[in-house]
Design a protein around this ligand. Structure first.
Ligand code: SAH
Length: 215
């Protein structure tokens, strides 16, 4: 029997997001718009709307829906922004950001995943304002800088300075920082030439690799 994906998506939004405090109508709408099952490998599709990360191959995962919604909400996007995503994986998180911002650049280190993300975005009709780039996002992406928002989907040992430099003023950076196994989700706001930082929650992401990541 083919699952009723629309019903599962609605259920996910009500039970996992609304109930846990995601308030932004734009974010809830984006999470209702993007078919998560299209970004999950066929063999794991039944797990698409579970309250947990899903394996996407190469030891990587798509984050739990709640974490993606929370990170998107923390960026406070209005629809006019250019956003850099570091750790594109399946392309799902980029697709959600694509509903919320004018333009998204998604950097992915593993070539096969970058290709997969591109295909997923094309197949779901989400590729028009999203550019997938294969490369080390721990250094950001100078060609497209500066960014109104930067969202990092892998855990960093420390905030890479290049990402703070490539943030516009005003701009917001959301990034998991800490140990390899668990991190804190930090929100760094650049405004009036100053940086303000706070911790939103604890979290567990796969490690950020590359120059500004784990060796
Ligand atoms: N946001 C993704 C899942 C992120 S998993 C989704 O929606 O599916 C974290 C991803 O970060 C993995 O795909 C991993 O290959 C990638 N990654 C790790 N270090 C990176 C780096 N330095 N630059 C770019 N991508 C990186």
């Amino acid at each position: 029997m083919i699952p009723d994906w629309g019903a599962e998506r609605q259920h996910m939004v009500d039970r996992q997001l609304r109930r846990r405090g995601i308030r932004s109508a734009r974010v809830l709408n984006a999470m209702l718009t993007i078919p998560r099952e299209e970004f999950v490998p066929v063999e794991s599709r039944v797990c698409s709307y579970r309250d947990e990360p899903v394996q996407i191959g190469y030891g990587q995962t798509i984050s739990q829906p709640y974490m993606i919604a929370l990170m998107a909400e923390l960026l406070e996007l209005t629809g006019t922004e250019t956003v850099l995503e570091v750790g594109g994986g399946s392309g799902y998180h980029a697709a959600v950001l694509g509903v919320l911002a004018a333009r998204v650049i998604s950097l992915e280190l593993i070539p096969a995943l970058a290709r997969q993300a591109q295909q997923n975005l094309l197949r779901t009709g989400r590729a028009s304002n999203i550019q997938v780039v294969c490369g080390d996002g721990s250094q950001g992406w100078r060609e497209g800088a500066a960014y109104d928002g930067i969202s990092v989907a892998a855990g960093a040992p420390a905030v890479p300075p290049a990402l703070v430099e490539q943030l516009k003023d005003p701009g917001r950076l959301v990034i998991p920082v800490g140990a390899r196994a668990d991190q804190e989700l930090r929100v760094i706001v650049k405004s009036g030439g100053r940086l303000e930082e706070r911790v939103a929650t604890g979290c567990r992401f796969v490690p950020l690799r590359g120059d500004g990541g784990w060796r």
